[in-house]
Design a protein. Sequence first.
Length: 185
Amino acid sequence: MEKNNSKSKELIKTIIELVAVAVVTSLIFTKVVNPVIVNGKSMYPTLDNNDISIINVIGLSQDSLERFDVVVLYSTQLQEKIVKRLIGFPGETIQFKDDRLYIDGVEYEETYLDKEYMEEAKLKYNSSLFTEDFEVTVPENEYFVMGDNRLVSADSRVLGSFPYDKFIGKDGVILFPFNHIKTIK
C-alpha cells in the first residue's frame, strides 16, 4: 500500500513539473519572444524565405518604435504574421520619388538596403525603379511598413497602414538555417 502511495505522489509531482514547464514555455514564447518563420522574399536579402527567427516581444512599446526597425505584425488581410520595416509614423507623409525616400519633405537614406541587390532586382523584374513612385499620408494612430525587397513585397502600399495593436514584436535573431544566423535590426 505504501508503494502505491509513493508511486502516486511521484506521478503527481511529475505531472505538476510538466505543467509548470509547459506554462513557463508558453509564457516565454508569447510574452518575451515570439518564433517567426519568414514566408516569402519580401525582406530579402535582409531575411530570406523560411528563415526561422525569434522576435523580441517584451521590448515592444509604442515609445520603443524607431524608424527603420524590423517589425513583426499581424496582417488581418493575409491572416498571418508578416515581417516588414517600419518606415512611417502616424500623420507623416511618405513619398518615394526616383528611388528616394522623403518623409514630410525630408530625404532619408535607406542604408539597410543592399544597393547591389537593388540593381540585380531591377534587371530581373525589368523595372527602372526599385520602389515605384508614390505618396501617402499615414493615418493617425497607424504606421506605414515596407519590405526591403520592394519589387515583390506586399506591404502598406498594398495592405494599408497598421495600428499599433497589430504589432507583435521587433528586432530579434535568425536561428535557422545556421548559415543565416544573425541579429535582426
